[in-house]
Design a protein around this ligand. Structure first.
Ligand code: SF4
Length: 106
């Protein structure tokens, strides 16, 4: 999801890196995100109580945008790297990201 403008280089924490050269991630990819604009509200829970059916529908719409996004991989890896706790990033919600991190750690 969007949140930073410009191109900033983030160095992957050593605790995540597993050998190989230092892993660096550019976040300039956000300029190419499919979630820019008014549809960005689909990617995060509203401030009011959201019914389960409404959440599933909202997340499905957000994930459909992610599937067509040219920077899905960059977005997902960024969210995993920073342990983003909220919202849909790279086609995954927070629960799915935690599951993926657990599988990678296992
Ligand atoms: S993958 Fe999804 S959340 Fe990430 S930039 Fe693209 S549309 Fe936005």
């Amino acid at each position: 999801m969007m949140g930073t403008t410009g191109s900033t280089t983030i160095t992957k924490p050593a605790s995540i890196a597993r050998g190989g050269p230092p892993w660096r991630l550019q976040i300039g990819w956000q300029h190419h995100a499919n979630c820019k604009g008014p549809q960005s509200e689909l990617f995060f829970a509203p401030n009011h109580l959201e019914r389960k059916e409404d959440r599933l529908e909202r997340e499905a719409a957000a994930k459909a945008l992610c599937r067509r996004c040219p920077v899905l991989v960059e977005c997902r890896e960024y969210a995993l790297m920073v342990r983003e706790p909220h919202g849909i990033w790279g086609g995954l919600n927070e629960y799915e990201r935690r599951q993926l991190l657990a599988r990678r750690a296992g």
